[in-house]
Ligand binder design. Structure first.
Ligand code: MG
Length: 396
């Protein structure tokens, strides 16, 4: 009995479209057994099923699904976009997958497809729909896969009313991590998948960052910064290893005519060995960025009306990012001229300058407070005196 069942499931797992006689979530004595860091077998039938969650309606997701400026579009529904994909087995050959009604459709048994484009760390958007009416059960129903860098599979599977082993669910990191929920729409409807991916980083053969994947499906969190454990396998626990610098995106042919549409990615800053990814920048990187910001603000200041208070304050603003003697002197000189001009105004006109002078006074106080200019910075002392004379209150 057990053997029959094992054979049946084995057949379904191995690229088959044949339907199960009964629903199964896997069977024992199949995938790699538990070990010191994993209480579950790979593809463990005893691992809890993801909880059912109602997905966000399509109308709420559509706006967010549009490729933002700077995104690299990999499929936009046009026939022309198919040229961005090739056969995975024979990369010199075009893919045999087809475009139908604006969707890129898997032609069963034609093989995986991969992008010509190679990339690594990214935000990736993919929409997919399982065939309808549904055929097959468990891993045999609407199976495909999103292979990040061609190496880590985020499962594509029709789990609408179709259980399977937990670590093989739609939006699982296949064989590693079940999704946090099952928020799938029925087959035939599109699922909106959003992924952020950071590849593993190795230095001198040592892992300094294992790599991470976050996945949302239909607006619901599926993988919460899940650690990458190595390239995806079947029935085997992945083994951590170094990844290449970049790789193609692959989509799996698992024998089902799954459809895809609207695929795009935005590159993310690649992780670098030794550099903190999700924390403060290094001192060196920060200094370089501050210099760049200061230069861009000074360039902007140079384009403002010459000698205007606006120009003077914009030059002063650049000092917040980078101390610079020449700019400091320029600000001092411009502020001196400005204040002299204000002081020369007739008594009945000086009141109109209250807000402007108060602004200048507050800005110089800020610079002194943060030791960007000395406390006895000439224009600061002058403006404070002027404000006091007229009873204009500056910030404490
Ligand atoms: Mg798959």
């Amino acid at each position: 009995m057990k053997l029959d069942s094992a054979l049946l499931i084995g057949a379904a797992l191995s690229f088959a479209t044949a339907a199960f006689a009964e629903v199964s979530t896997g069977h024992p004595f199949y995938g790699d057994p538990p070990d010191d860091n994993h209480p579950w077998c790979v593809h463990d039938q005893n691992r809890p099923q993801p909880k059912l969650v109602k997905p966000l309606p399509e109308s709420k997701l559509e706006a967010k699904a549009k490729a933002p400026a700077g995104a690299i579009v990999l499929f936009d529904g046009t026939e022309a976009c198919l040229s961005k994909w090739v056969s995975d087995k024979n990369p010199n050959e075009p893919t045999k997958w087809i475009v139908r009604n604006g969707n890129m459709e898997c032609v069963p048994k034609s093989g995986y497809v991969r992008t010509k484009e190679e990339f690594s760390d990214c935000q990736l958007h993919v929409e997919w729909a399982a065939p309808t009416p549904p055929e097959g059960d468990s891993q045999g129903r609407g199976n495909s896969g999103i292979f990040l860098m061609g190496m880590v599979e985020i499962q594509v599977l029709d789990n609408f009313d179709n259980p399977t082993y937990a670590d093989g669910f739609a939006c699982s990191m296949y064989g590693v991590s079940p999704p946090l929920a099952n928020a799938l729409r029925p087959p035939g409807e599109f699922q909106f998948v959003d992924i952020t991916f950071h590849r593993p980083i190795y230095k001198d053969d040592k892992c300094v960052d294992p790599g991470w994947v976050t996945v949302y499906c239909n607006g619901v969190l599926m993988q919460d910064r899940q650690q990458i454990e190595g390239p995806t396998g079947h029935g085997r626990r992945p083994k951590p290893c170094a990844f290449p610098e970049k790789g193609p995106l692959k989509l799996q042919d698992h024998g089902n005519p799954v459809r895809f549409r609207n695929i795009w990615y935005c590159p993310l800053d690649p992780a670098k060995a030794g550099a903190p990814k999700h924390g403060p920048m290094t001192a060196k990187a920060t200094a370089a960025k501050r210099k760049e910001l200061a230069a861009s603000i000074r360039k902007d200041a140079a384009g403002k009306p010459a000698g205007s208070v606006e120009q003077m304050l914009r030059f002063a603003e650049s000092l917040v990012y980078e101390k610079d003697d020449a700019t400091c002197k320029k600000v001092e000189q411009m502020a001196g001229q400005y204040l002299a001009g204000v002081k020369q105004l007739p008594a009945d006109q000086i009141g109109s300058k209250k807000d402007e002078v108060t602004q200048v006074g507050n800005d110089f106080k800020y610079l002194a407070k943060w030791n960007i200019v000395p406390d006895d910075f000439g224009p600061k002392v002058e403006v404070e005196k002027l404000a006091k004379e007229h009873g204009w209150k500056l910030k404490k």
